[in-house]
Write a protein that binds this ligand. Structure first.
Ligand SMILES: [Zn+2]
Length: 107
């Protein structure tokens, strides 16, 4: 289990978070992976492929709360691991991501 796994909550907590993100961002073709860190990013997320990433990673005290969670495919999520966003994205992309999150009402 990854560090901080105990903060992830029960299986139903995790399901609820995924559903909330899917409802907010849309599912299937309308739900791109916001991070796009992996070069082969699928950019299409459904309940089965969506993973919940955190803007502020767990290693920096980021929790699984609304405003700190965003949809990511498993590849992007695994590639990012516990790195801060600025370590995996340019500051321009971080700004764009934050603007999109805000527009989607997730911040
Ligand atoms: Zn991705």
């Amino acid at each position: 289990m990854r560090a901080g796994g105990e903060l992830r909550g029960s299986a139903s907590d995790r399901r609820a978070r995924k559903m909330k993100l899917l409802l907010k961002f849309g599912t299937g073709i309308t739900c791109p992976c916001l991070l796009r860190i992996h070069p082969c990013c699928e950019r299409q997320l459904s309940f089965g492929t969506l993973t919940v990433d955190r803007l502020i990673p767990g290693s920096a005290g980021g929790r699984y709360v609304w405003g700190n969670i965003l949809p990511a495919c498993i590849r992007c999520n695994e590639r990012r691991r516990d790195k801060p966003l600025r370590h995996v994205m340019s500051s321009r992309r971080v700004k764009t991501l934050m603007a999109r999150m805000e527009k989607a009402g997730a911040l």
